[in-house]
Write a new protein. Structure first.
Length: 274
C-alpha cells in the first residue's frame, strides 16, 4: 500500500503543468499547487482566462480544465502534486468556503511574506522528498503538507476562528466534496455518494444542507455544469461529444440537463460566450 510519501511529488519545473500531471492522472484524482517563481504564463482555468506571474499561486483541483495559452521561455515554477485523499484528515473550515473558493478563484497573488512562507514550506517538502532517510519520512511529508495547506487557507483570508477540530459530520461533508470532485463526471446521483460514504441519501442530503446551505444534488449539478460550460466555452467539441465526455446517455439527455440548470441550451450558451 502506497503511503503519502510515495504519492506526493515536489519539483522545480519550467512548465506550469509538468508532464507527470497528466501521465500519472493527477489531473483527474489529484491536486496541483504551483507557485510562479519567474516569468509569466497565460492560462484558462475552467472558464477563467488569466495571467499567472511571479509571486502568484495556482491551485488546480481534480477534473479542472487548464489550458496553457502562452508561456514565457524563462519561466520557472515550484510545483507540488498530491492525491486529494491525502488531506482527508486535515482540520477544515467549518463552513467549507475554502474548497468552493479554491474552485472559483484558483489563482491568488501572494504578498512578499506569504511568498517567502510558501517557498520555505516547498523547500522543506522538497528536501524531505529527495532525502527519505528514516521510517518517519511519510509522517514528516504528511504533516508538512497539512501545514502548507493550512497556510494556503490563510492566504485565502479564511478566519482562524472558523478552524475547529473536524467532527464526524465535518469529515463526512469533506469526504462528500472529495468524492464529488473525483466522480461527478460519471456519477450524478445522491444515492451513489451516500453508498460510498455508507450513509442514507436522506441523512447525507440533510447533513449537506445543514452544513453548506445547499442540497447535495445541487453541489453535484454545479460541478457538472461548470465542467460543461468549460467544454462549451473553451473547446470546439460538438455537443454530442461533450455529452459523451460527461457520460450522458446521449446529446438530448445532456441538453435537457443543461437547460434545466441554466435555462439555456448548450448551443445558445456557446453562442452567447463566443
Amino acid at each position: 500500500m502506497k503511503t503519502i510519501g510515495d504519492r506526493i511529488l515536489v519539483m522545480y519545473t519550467a512548465d506550469i503543468l509538468p508532464d507527470v500531471f497528466y501521465e500519472a492522472n493527477y489531473n483527474s484524482k489529484g491536486i496541483l499547487i504551483s507557485l510562479c517563481v519567474k516569468g509569466s504564463v497565460q492560462l484558462q482555468v475552467n472558464l477563467q482566462k488569466t495571467t499567472l506571474k511571479a509571486g502568484d499561486l495556482l491551485t488546480v483541483l481534480p477534473q479542472s480544465i487548464v489550458e496553457v495559452k502562452n508561456l514565457e521561455s524563462d519561466s520557472s515554477f515550484c510545483c507540488l502534486l498530491f492525491d486529494f485523499n491525502d488531506i482527508s484528515e486535515l482540520v477544515l473550515p467549518s463552513d467549507y468556503n475554502f474548497l468552493k473558493t479554491l474552485f472559483s478563484q484558483p489563482i491568488i497573488s501572494l504578498s512578499d511574506d506569504n511568498r517567502l512562507s510558501y517557498q520555505t514550506y516547498f523547500d522543506l517538502l522538497k528536501s524531505n522528498f529527495d532525502n527519505s532517510y528514516s521510517k518517519f519520512h511519510p509522517q514528516i511529508i504528511k504533516y508538512l503538507l497539512f501545514s502548507l495547506i493550512g497556510q494556503i487557507n490563510v492566504f485565502y483570508q479564511q478566519q482562524e476562528a472558523l478552524l475547529e477540530p473536524s467532527s464526524r459530520k465535518d469529515i463526512a461533508v469533506f469526504q462528500f466534496y472529495n468524492s464529488v470532485h473525483q466522480y461527478y463526471m460519471t456519477e450524478r446521483s445522491v444515492q451513489f455518494y451516500a453508498d460510498l460514504l455508507k450513509l442514507t441519501p436522506k441523512y447525507l442530503t440533510t447533513l449537506i444542507r445543514l452544513r453548506t446551505g445547499i442540497s447535495a444534488s445541487k453541489v453535484i449539478s454545479e460541478m457538472v455544469i461548470i465542467k460543461a460550460k468549460s467544454f462549451l466555452q473553451g473547446t470546439d467539441l460538438p455537443v454530442y461529444e461533450i455529452a459523451h465526455q460527461l457520460h450522458f446517455a446521449d446529446a438530448t439527455t445532456f441538453c435537457r440537463y443543461f437547460r434545466k440548470h441554466t435555462a439555456l441550451s448548450p448551443r445558445t450558451y456557446r453562442e452567447q460566450k463566443s
